[in-house]
Design a protein around this ligand. Structure first.
Ligand SMILES: [Zn+2]
Ligand SMILES: [Zn+2]
Length: 254
């Protein structure tokens, strides 16, 4: 590797890490709710201890550095070494199509590897850390071990190589995943009508149930794999309808 390539890697890593940190703190501040008196919370009265909140923030800041590194390695392999499937000309249609294809690919990648991490040989050493905060709050999103990221977040390296997608579109998808992931851990149903069952889009309730009931609701974007494979929690649709109704009528303001 030449010095120019090494500098390019460091620059890419720094830009992606800075973006992930800015989005993490901005979205986290907007969606953090750990108030035991808040009726907005999916699990009213249950809050995360202050020490656990700090643990999740600290670990997320560390964890985002490794996610940025995975993205930067993929980007250098693609842009400098021209390894992988080069993207065609960029236009509105190619951007929309490649964004949707990447969402489906990532959802599939994450669903199956996440299920694997919930099996006995992997869970304790790799994924348990993420499940130690109950209930989750917005800051819990990236509270993962380094090896956990090598499984679930390695998509951001591999996608550069296996999809003909412009790097900027992949970055936009990562930021979308980052924002929805932080909101998904907030413990307050922000999904709105677009997630009303049987919508394919995940709600906050979907991942809140993953933390509560454990062996269910594995996917990050869509309910499709969970429905197809029978891993959607049996009460998911009914609870989500009720949580959306409570938010719509404004339980908190009554
Ligand atoms: Zn899990
Ligand atoms: Zn989680």
């Amino acid at each position: 590797m030449t010095l120019v390539t090494a500098v390019y890697f460091i620059e890419t890593w720094a830009v992606v890490y800075a973006l992930l940190l800015v989005v993490y703190f901005a979205t986290g501040f907007l969606f953090f709710n750990n108030d035991p008196a808040s009726a907005d919370r999916i699990q009213p009265g249950r809050v995360l201890a202050g020490a656990k909140v700090r643990r999740d923030m600290l670990q997320s800041v560390r964890s985002l550095a490794s996610i940025a590194a995975l993205f930067a390695v993929g980007h250098v392999l693609y842009s400098r070494f021209h390894i992988g499937w080069m993207a065609g000309p960029t236009n509105v249609w190619s951007v929309v199509l490649s964004f949707v294809v990447s969402m489906i690919a990532y959802d599939t990648w994450f669903y199956w590897l996440h299920r694997l991490l919930h099996t006995r040989p992997f869970y304790r050493a790799i994924h348990r850390w993420h499940h130690l905060s109950l209930p989750s709050v917005a800051w819990s999103n990236n509270s993962d071990t380094f090896i956990d990221n090598m499984f679930l977040q390695s998509y951001w390296l591999v996608a550069h190589l296996i999809l003909p997608i412009a790097p900027v579109v992949l970055l936009a998808h990562k930021l979308y995943d980052h924002i929805t992931g932080i909101i998904g851990h907030s413990g307050v149903e922000h999904g709105g009508g677009i997630t009303y069952p049987p919508s394919p889009f995940n709600s906050v309730t979907h991942h809140d149930q993953h933390h509560r009931y454990f062996n269910c609701n594995y996917s990050p974007h869509f309910t499709v794999w969970d429905r197809l494979m029978g891993t959607l929690h049996p009460t998911h649709d009914a609870e989500l309808r009720e949580n959306l109704r409570r938010r719509q009528v404004g339980v908190s303001s009554s």
